[in-house]
Write a protein that binds this ligand. Structure first.
Ligand code: ADP
Ligand code: MG
Length: 360
């Protein structure tokens, strides 16, 4: 099915946006800290046309599902909530949006931590900007996208995913200060590329674990008399906290410092060491890893051609990211998945995309 087949006429315009993976700076965003995501090759494309019957119609090729919005006072659920949210946040900002036919297609794996949700929002907003000549820049697109996800999809997210999708590309990493939104787009470390492997373990405890860590960080910041843990730069300051707050705060402070070190300019080898240190900190101090993730990371770290590896995303399952020598990611992935299998687990390569390279 394409746009024409679903809606009976060709689209007026289309736009795309990529998914993302966070290379460094994990669990720092809700502490007003620093993150370092990059875009992945997989992207979402949104085609737009004007609807002739006065109602919005959304179709997702991936889900083979169509949703029509017959009552705009009633927010839809599921995938339509992300698109409807983008339309609504623009209307609330004073832009007049006509009734639309929307066709979505994507190569970003859904629900794997590569932010298919932000890719959908940013692609939708880019397409709307184009169709209606909206005077909004890429940062505003990220902000509208975040508002759509919070208020319409009901996900309490930070701004990293949307900023990464809107501002990063696959050749660059995005340094982002999540408090001030100060940012810098930097090239990927030299002679290196990104490998992302799904651990095969679903993120079951993720929500409760995440909420608990957030609360612990707030308590630690309160005890130390700062607005957020981002305001602590010397890790010694955290020593006066009781456990487990001491370990939680130590992770956040050292993780922020690792991201700031990258900002000074580092080699691929050093970048890899910082990723390894990040994983150890997430495992021992922040306690959001699992045996499967530790096993996968250890195999990656021992493999020739890997600069460094760590779990990525909130933890408690999900994916691991590695920085590897250019051109070697597929061979490395094959070797690593084989060893991971011998350890009793079934992983899956998410980046680079095998589908995309087969098509190329
Ligand atoms: P992630 O962002 O890590 O992929 P989320 O749970 O935040 O995981 O977002 C996934 C949700 O986003 C899906 O369940 C779906 O509702 C929506 N979504 C993303 N991409 C698409 C798509 N191409 N078609 C339909 N829905 C999509
Ligand atoms: Mg998401």
């Amino acid at each position: 099915m394409d746009f024409q087949q679903v809606f009976g006429k060709p689209p007026e315009t289309q736009a795309s946006a990529p998914g993302r993976v966070n290379l460094l700076g994990e669990h720092t965003d809700y502490n007003d800290g620093f993150v370092l995501p990059t875009a992945i090759p997989q992207s979402t494309t949104v085609e737009l046309g004007l609807s002739s019957d006065g109602h919005h119609h959304f179709y997702s090729e991936n889900l083979d599902e169509q949703v029509s919005i017959l009552d705009i006072n009633h927010s839809p659920s599921g995938f339509a909530s992300y698109i409807f949210g983008c339309i609504e946040v623009l209307q609330k900002a004073g832009y007049i949006i006509p009734s639309l036919s929307v066709y979505v297609t994507s190569s970003v794996p859904m629900g794997s931590g590569l932010s298919s949700s932000a890719a959908l929002e940013v692609a939708t907003l880019r397409a709307l900007r184009q169709l209606l000549n909206l005077p909004i820049d890429d940062v505003e697109i990220a902000q509208f996208a975040q508002q759509a996800e919070i208020h319409y999809a009901g996900v309490q997210c930070g701004i990293m995913d949307q900023m990464a999708s809107s501002l990063a590309d696959t050749e660059h990493i995005l340094f982002l200060d999540t408090r001030t939104l100060e940012r810098r787009v930097m090239p990927l470390p030299e002679n290196a590329e990104i490998l992302v492997i799904d651990s095969g373990v679903p993120r079951t405890l993720a929500t409760s674990g995440y909420n608990q860590r957030r609360a612990e960080c707030e308590e630690a910041a309160r005890s130390l008399g700062v607005k957020a843990l981002r305001d602590i730069t010397d890790v010694k300051v955290t020593e006066k906290l009781p456990e487990p707050l001491r370990r939680r705060a130590r992770h956040v402070v050292t993780e922020d410092n690792r991201v700031l070190e990258v900002l000074q300019g580092v080699t691929s080898e050093r970048f890899g060491e910082l990723m390894n240190a990040s994983h150890a900190s997430l495992r021992d101090d922040y306690e959001v890893s699992l045996p499967a993730l530790d096993t996968l990371v250890e195999i990656l770290q021992k493999t020739e051609g890997v600069f460094g590896a760590r779990l990525t995303g909130a933890g408690f399952g999900g994916a691991c990211v590695a920085l590897v020598k250019s051109g070697q990611s597929k061979d490395i992935a094959t070797h690593v998945l084989e060893q991971y299998k011998q350890a009793g687990y079934t992983g899956k390569i998410l980046v680079p995309s095998l589908e995309l390279s087969d098509a190329a």
